[in-house]
Design a binder for this molecule. Structure first.
Ligand code: AMP
Ligand code: MN
Ligand code: MN
Ligand code: MN
Length: 274
């Protein structure tokens, strides 16, 4: 069975409108999915009532938060989208993104990159504004040859455009998802470039906060990474989740859909959601 519990639409930094994303998933044979936009459920809400019977759409979001000095992503699944806790948490994140974009632009200006706020806002349009919109604008203005260079030089982890001060804590975000009746999943645990020791610390804090699962497959990934993550989940008594992290059709990215066989004998979040 194919599922996908990590995908992006044009409500955040994905290219496809929510409806088009859904159609693509159906065409790929996905039977259950979540649209997990960054700090927004607008994409999910736009299609939730009209999915038909060919696919089960679960409420989803990928929330930004901070743990120590690192931005961490937590996927929330199966929460009540009308929950006031979730509503105010998402509202706070929306404001955080707006304020963050001002700071990112100020910092870029200190490096002679001028007009970034207006530029990134124009690229984002109605979408939840984020670093990819800054990156795309920088490419279009010729500051960098491609998005990857924009992240490597200006926006990626540890660079001047990596502004974390506005994010809520890991505890707050996991708490909001849990209070809204959802499952909190630690997204792509290997993408934070932590040592094994620090990754253990994060799993411990995540579990203490009420987190229930680790994302053991995120897009294209080596089998070695998947087995490391499954071991980590098992060590910390966490379930597993998986998704493509699809943003657009891209030669280095994964297509929509993950085979549930990935779980093997491990407990998986889809056992509770489907
Ligand atoms: P933000 O949500 O604003 O913090 O931006 C983070 C997003 O930037 C991630 O979800 C990715 O989609 C995107 N991203 C991160 N690194 C890169 C990169 N090297 N090239 C293109 N996009 C990236
Ligand atoms: Mn993204
Ligand atoms: Mn992420
Ligand atoms: Mn994502």
């Amino acid at each position: 069975m194919l599922i996908d519990f990590h995908t992006h639409s044009s409500a955040s930094d994905g290219d496809l409108a929510p409806r088009v994303l859904l159609e693509r998933a159906i065409a790929a044979g996905v039977t259950a999915m979540a649209i997990t936009d960054h700090d927004s459920i607008a994409g999910y809400q736009a299609v939730q009532s009209s999915t038909g019977s060919s696919i089960q759409l679960i409420s989803g979001v990928e929330m930004s938060c901070v743990w120590g000095a690192t931005t961490i992503h937590v996927v929330g699944l199966g929460f009540d989208p009308q929950s006031p806790v979730m509503d105010s948490a998402l509202d706070a994140l929306h404001n955080a993104r707006r304020e963050r974009s001002v700071t990112i632009a100020e910092r870029l200006a200190s490096r002679q990159v001028v007009g970034a706020l207006e530029g990134a806002r124009a690229v984002a349009g109605e979408s939840q504004i984020g670093r990819p919109h800054f990156a795309r604008w920088m490419v279009s203005e010729g500051y960098v040859p491609d998005m990857n260079t924009a992240f490597k030089k200006y926006l990626g982890q540890g660079k001047l455009g990596d502004v974390k001060t506005f994010w809520p804590s890991l505890n707050e975000v996991v708490g909001a998802i849990s209070d809204a009746g959802g499952l909190a999943i630690l997204a792509h645990p290997l993408k934070y470039s932590f040592t094994r020791m620090k990754l253990g610390g994060l799993c411990n804090a995540f579990k203490d906060a009420g987190g229930v699962a680790l994302e053991v497959l995120n897009g294209r990934q080596t089998p070695a990474d998947t087995s490391q993550l499954k071991q980590l989940a098992s060590h910390w008594g966490l379930q597993i989740s998986a998704g493509s992290d699809f943003h657009r059709e891209w030669q280095y990215g994964a297509e929509l859909g993950v085979d549930t066989a990935i779980a093997g004998t491990m407990p998986a979040v889809w056992e509770h959601l489907l």
